[in-house]
Write a protein that binds this ligand. Structure first.
Ligand SMILES: Nc1ncnc2c1ncn2[C@@H]1O[C@H](COP(=O)(O)OP(=O)(O)OP(=O)(O)O)[C@@H](O)[C@H]1O
Ligand SMILES: [Mg+2]
Length: 365
């Protein structure tokens, strides 16, 4: 087992793309770290640098107290599971798992013990003699995991290992991966663009954007106190409502709540923190005109426009944020207002988030 420490890690690809612009974090021994962020933010690049599959332009990567910048992938004591985990089609499941160990010259009895143990953990013992084409997608994914497990590495690296599976299987495998990691206690770094996967798997969550880290922390701490509007809209679904505020529009409302805003700012409210009015006393109350409703069974999403919004805002929405005026409210159960109806919604004072006008920092509020 080992910890992994990244110290001012940088990557510039030949051709000049600055994919990683100075990243620092530590994954403790036995921890499950998830790197999450939108497409192109540098997740795979960073993971491949830890694996040794990409050269490091600047900074250091340390695995188990040893700087590995110049160490070959095979000597880093890591095992990687990719999205496209090509299994050898002509080999049995057993041989797919044994192959890497044989290449390292491990004695046969030891290989046999490791393969059978991994197969048992992954519940694929009955399939050891089958070829990959005789397996379901989920079973193939387990074999790919098995190949990593038999190595008994210091660190597991996962790059979107579940993205080829259908929605139901993804959830099942997500739970399995977490159970497996708890059992093996192997330090893991897991890349995904799926915020739900990130929230549910991570001990420590690293939210990336454009080659830098936006926020690092425990998933629920990040959910409760996002450091930027980017994180606020990336973690949590539907995304947090972000309303440009200034003294001309919602300023009066915030004043009444004793929230001080420095001129322009952005107010955030999670859809699930709104309730049909009456519920939250002393909070933020808004009147909405209902435009659309989505019923998904256990909950209902109500899309509305602020009824008394006269514009006046000088702050425009950033990419990924809601346009001014549009609000999503998430209600438990099936009850919902009608389209065209005017409703009052409110959010408790302690559920309000405040950010600087550029969205780059969280303000006390
Ligand atoms: N071999 C390469 N040469 C040049 N640029 C590259 C190379 N590989 C990736 N990039 C660029 O580096 C940036 C980060 O890419 P990376 O693959 O790490 O993103 P990602 O976060 O894994 O995205 P996704 O979620 O789509 O897999 C992107 O702008 C990408 O175009
Ligand atoms: Mg990627």
């Amino acid at each position: 087992m080992a910890n992994v420490v990244l110290n001012d890690v940088r990557k510039t690809y030949p051709g000049g793309v600055d994919a990683i612009k100075g990243i620092n974090f530590e994954v403790g021994d036995g921890q499950f770290c998830v790197l999450v962020g939108p497409s192109g933010c540098g997740k795979s690049t960073l993971l491949r640098m830890v694996a040794g599959l990409e050269t490091i332009t600047g900074g250091t990567i340390d695995i188990g107290g040893r700087v590995v910048n110049e160490i070959e992938p095979a000597d880093r004591d890591i095992a990687m599971v990719f999205q496209n985990y090509a299994l050898y089609p002509h080999m049995t499941v057993y041989n797919n798992m044994a192959y890497g160990l044989r290449n390292r010259g491990m004695p046969k009895p030891e290989i046999d013990t490791r393969v059978r143990e991994a197969a048992q953990i992954l519940e694929i013992t009955p399939m050891l003699d089958r070829k990959p084409r005789q397996l379901s997608g989920g079973q193939r994914q387990r074999v790919a995991m098995g190949r990593a497990i038999v190595r008994q590495p210091k660190v597991f690296l996962f790059d979107e290992p579940l993205s080829n599976l259908d929605a139901k299987l993804r959830i099942a495998m997500r739970v399995e991966i977490r159970k497996l990691q708890r059992r093996l206690k192997t330090t893991s770094i897991y890349v995904t663009h799926d915020q739900l996967e990130a929230m549910t798997l991570a001990d420590i969550l690293v939210v990336m954007n454009g080659g830098v880290v936006e926020q690092i922390g425990k998933p629920l701490d990040i959910y409760r106190k996002p450091a930027t509007t980017f994180v606020a809209s990336f973690i949590g679904a539907p995304p947090m409502n972000l309303l440009p505020v200034n003294t001309n529009n919602l300023g009066g409302l915030l004043d009444a709540l004793q929230i001080k805003i420095p001129g322009d700012a952005i107010l955030g409210v999670r859809p699930e923190d709104f309730a049909i009015a009456g519920a939250a006393q002393g909070g933020l109350a808004l009147e909405l005109m209902v435009d659309a409703i989505e019923r998904v069974g256990a909950e209902t999403f109500v899309y509305g426009t602020r009824a008394h919004d006269h514009g006046g805002s000088t702050v425009s929405a950033r990419p990924g944020e809601l346009p001014p005026g549009e609000i999503i409210v998430r209600l438990p159960g099936e009850a919902a207002p009608a389209i065209g109806e005017r409703i009052k919604v409110s959010a408790a004072r302690d559920k309000l988030h405040l950010f600087s006008a550029d969205g780059r920092s969280r303000l006390p509020g």
